[in-house]
Design a protein around this ligand. Structure first.
Ligand code: ZN
Length: 241
C-alpha cells in the first residue's frame, strides 16, 4: 500500500466562484478521487479551514509524515503562511526518502524553493492554450501517456523557469504565444524523489483530464521510497579485508 498525503492550500475553491464551480469540494478531493485504489491510500490536509481561517495545525506532524510515502503539494496565494517548522519537517522527510510531487503554482512554495535552492520564478499569463509533449516516453511517469495531448485553457508558464537543471525532463509545454516550458521534471534530493508538473490552474478543469491523472498517478508509483533512512555523518572505522 502506498500512503499518499495531499496538502492543498484550499482557499480559491472556497472564495473564487470560478474555482468553486470547477472544484466544489477542493482540488485535494479530485486528486484523492482518482488516486485512491487498492494500492494507494490518500490522506488530505489543508491550510485553510471551512471558515477560511488558517489552521493552527495543518496536520503535517512527524507522525503523519513518517506514515507518508508520497507528499503531493498544491498551493498558490498563501505560500508564506505555511509555517517554517512545517517546511523544515517536510524537507527532512524528503531528504530521508519520502517522495514529493509539486503541482502547478506549488513551484513558489517554500518547500519547493528550499529543495531547488533557486527563486523558481517564471513567466506567466492567463489564460492560454497548451499542448504538452511527451519527450521521454520510456520513463516510468510517462507510461500510457501519448506523444502529446492538449489541455485546452491553462495558465501559461514560460521559460526561463529558474530551477536547477532537472535530473530528467519528461514533458515540454507549448503555448499559444509560442512560449515553451519544462512542464514535467524530476529531481533527487537526499534519498527523496521529487517531481514537478506544471498544469493545474485552479479555475480550469485540468485535474479531470485523463492524461493528467495518469501522469500524477504514475508519479506516485515512481516517487514512493525504495529506501528511507536519516542521513548521518559518522566517523567510519576501517573494516579489515
Ligand atoms: Zn495558476
Amino acid at each position: 500500500m502506498i500512503k499518499v498525503t495531499i496538502f492543498n492550500e484550499y482557499k480559491h475553491e472556497q472564495n473564487n466562484e470560478k474555482a468553486i464551480a470547477v472544484y466544489p469540494d477542493g482540488i485535494h478531493n479530485v486528486l484523492k478521487g482518482f488516486l485512491e485504489c487498492d494500492e494507494i491510500s490518500v490522506r488530505c490536509v489543508t491550510l485553510f479551514d471551512k471558515e477560511l481561517n488558517i489552521k493552527e495545525d495543518i496536520g503535517l506532524s512527524d507522525e503523519v509524515l513518517s506514515n507518508t510515502d508520497v507528499l503531493i503539494w498544491w498551493g498558490h496565494v498563501a505560500h508564506t503562511k505555511v509555517p517554517d517548522d512545517v517546511v523544515e519537517r517536510c524537507h527532512k522527510h524528503i531528504m530521508d526518502g519520502m517522495g514529493a510531487i509539486f503541482l502547478h503554482s506549488a513551484h513558489h512554495s517554500k518547500l519547493f524553493k528550499k529543495l531547488m535552492g533557486t527563486t523558481c520564478n517564471l513567466k506567466w499569463r492567463f489564460p492560454s492554450k497548451e499542448r504538452l509533449w511527451n519527450i521521454n516516453p520510456a520513463h516510468p511517469i510517462m507510461q500510457n501517456v501519448p506523444e502529446y495531448f492538449d489541455i485546452g485553457l491553462e495558465e501559461m508558464y514560460g521559460e526561463r523557469f529558474d530551477i536547477p537543471t532537472p535530473d530528467e525532463l519528461l514533458m515540454i509545454g507549448a503555448f499559444d504565444g509560442y512560449e515553451v516550458f519544462r512542464a514535467a521534471c524530476t529531481f533527487q534530493r537526499g534519498y527523496g524523489k521529487v517531481f514537478y508538473f506544471q498544469p493545474g490552474h485552479e479555475t480550469n478543469p485540468t485535474f479531470y483530464i485523463p492524461e493528467v491523472q495518469t501522469i500524477i498517478k504514475n508519479a506516485v508509483y515512481w516517487a514512493k521510497p525504495l529506501y528511507r533512512q536519516s542521513f548521518g555523518a559518522p566517523k567510519y572505522e576501517k573494516v579489515e579485508l
